[in-house]
Design a protein around this ligand. Structure first.
Ligand code: NAD
Length: 470
């Protein structure tokens, strides 16, 4: 399937929601348009001395708020349309979770599984230098983060390159988020997207009426789940669903195939097995098939596509058996597939809400970098003192002391990770409430349309407040 199908799908989702919005056509055109794209080709030396010309992109979709923000993807599928589609999703996503950034996205057209670490580092550092050259990166300009095929290590290379080429920048590490904690990252960012997806699914599954309509019991416990993609997002979703939700992970798909076990897979054990052997194959008491596509069509309550876009299309949508498709990846359901799933009564939890946990926690990391101080240092001692005063007052009133084993954990101030996690949970709860409310009050066809409509309303409001530069 042509990649531009992804951009077409995003455009259709936008137009459908826009028709409910009452925003003027001109402003809608501006909200939808991608404002700037930098397409580059640069030479990088291979390990054997040969030169490879690498193609890469950075799209800045919307400047209604600055900086712009969005991940950097390493994938052989990367192209201009894909990067623009992903940048647009970032604008809508930020608006939904109240992150005051415009949307952006970067892509490097290389297969991450086929390059050496040394070559990878040279590519990422050169890409960063190219972004600096054209003013497409900076704490107040455009702030990348991890995405498919990249992680903390790549973000560290970006931060280091930026710091060395921008010696006068007061907060150079605020130029990128998703960094290692030791390099001014924030605890909780690594699992943030997956944890946000987990919260989103949990919140939806607590909706008794919605679950009744799907023929499911409320709650996550015992729900049968299939996850596609055991990378950063997919692994954390699977792990939280199993450990904290009590769900049963009946299937996991990766590049090499599909692993299935009716009575459930131990996610941590599967990850260990794959790290040791390089494949899902051979995992004990489970059935392995090289036909990874069958995973999407497997019998389950919740299907979590957490790999790439365009996975559910007009071709396979009629065979999807899940009752809920939880869009952990960006754009996993194309607009033709979506129509079919909706007609079949399958509920989709839309990507622009569900996977917004990553950018939410990236925002916290950026704030921390800008402030030059951790949240823990600012707040923890204050919380300890407040709690201590409260406990002492209660002790005086009841004439009894709290026993020591209970006292210490009670008085402890929150760790930075705890603050991040609770703020993320609150964000997911509040945003779902707003989307759900809009869905009901406007009698919209689905949660995706409601999420887009919420976003369009906020972007329109932002443009109205700030005006448009003449
Ligand atoms: P990742 O590179 O860590 O993991 C992706 C995994 O999917 C890899 O292990 C890869 O081998 C696997 N995969 C690729 N094709 C597959 C296929 N056809 N079937 C099964 N598995 C396949 O990437 P990630 O960061 O987990 O991102 C996954 C998705 O989540 C992407 O759509 C990304 O845009 C989206 N997302 C990521 C973040 C983030 O913070 N990393 C935030 C928001 C959205």
């Amino acid at each position: 399937m042509a990649r531009s199908e992804f951009l077409t799908s995003v455009s259709r989702y936008f137009d459908r929601a826009a028709s409910h919005s009452g925003v003027t056509p001109g402003l809608l055109r501006q909200i939808k348009a991608c404002n700037a794209v930098y397409r580059m080709r640069f030479p990088v030396r291979e390990d054997n001395g040969e030169i490879t010309v690498v193609e890469a992109f950075r799209a800045e979709h919307s400047y209604h708020r600055l900086p712009t923000k969005g991940g950097i993807r390493l994938s052989r599928h990367v192209d201009l349309d894909e990067t623009i589609a992903l940048a647009a999703l970032m604008s809508y996503k930020c608006a939904i979770v109240g992150v005051p950034f415009g949307g952006a996205k970067g892509g490097i057209a290389l297969d991450p599984s086929k390059i050496s670490d040394g070559f990878r580092e040279r590519v990422v550092r050169r890409y960063t230098a190219e972004l600096i050259r054209k003013n497409f990166i900076g704490p107040d300009i455009d702030v990348p983060a991890p995405d498919y095929g990249t992680g903390e290590r790549e973000m560290a290379w970006i931060a280091d390159t930026y710091k060395n080429l921008r010696m006068n920048e007061p907060n150079p590490y605020a130029c990128v988020t998703g960094k290692p904690v030791a390099m001014q990252g924030i605890p909780g960012r690594r699992q943030a997207t997956g944890l946000g997806v987990f919260y989103g699914i949990r919140i939806f599954c607590e909706e008794a009426e919605a679950m009744r309509r799907l023929g499911l019991e409320p709650g996550l416990a015992g729900k049968r789940v299939i996850v596609q993609g055991l990378g950063n997002v997919g692994y954390h979703v699977a792990s939280f669903l199993q450990r904290d939700g009590g769900s049963v992970i009946v299937g996991i798909a990766e590049r090499e195939g599909y692993l299935h076990a009716e009575d459930g897979l131990d996610v941590e054990a599967v990850v260990r097995h794959r790290a040791e052997t390089g494949t899902l194959e051979g995992f004990p008491r489970a059935v392995f098939s090289t036909d990874r596509a069958t995973a999407l069509e497997g019998d389950c309550d919740i299907l979590v596509p957490a790999a790439l876009e365009n996975q559910i299309t007009g071709e396979n949508a009629p065979r999807i058996q899940a009752k809920i498709v939880a869009e952990a990846a960006n754009g996993p359901v194309d607009s033709v597939g979506e129509e079919i799933l909706r007609e079949r009564g399958i509920c989709m939890l839309p990507d622009i809400y569900l996977n917004a946990g990553g950018v939410t926690v990236s925002y916290f990391e950026w704030l921390k970098n800008r402030a030059g101080v951790s949240f823990e240092r600012l707040l923890s001692r204050h919380e300890e003192l407040t709690k201590s005063q409260l406990v002492q007052t209660i002790e005086q009133l009841v004439g009894q002391s709290v026993p020591e084993p209970l006292r210490t954990p009670l008085l402890h101030g929150p760790s930075e990770e705890r603050m991040v996690v609770t703020a993320l949970e609150q964000t997911m709860i509040v945003s779902f409430g707003q989307i759900h409310e809009l869905w009901k009050s406007e009698q919209l066809p689905d949660l995706r349309t409601a999420a887009y409509l919420l976003s369009i309303g906020r972007l329109a409001e932002s443009y109205s407040q700030h005006g448009i530069f003449p």
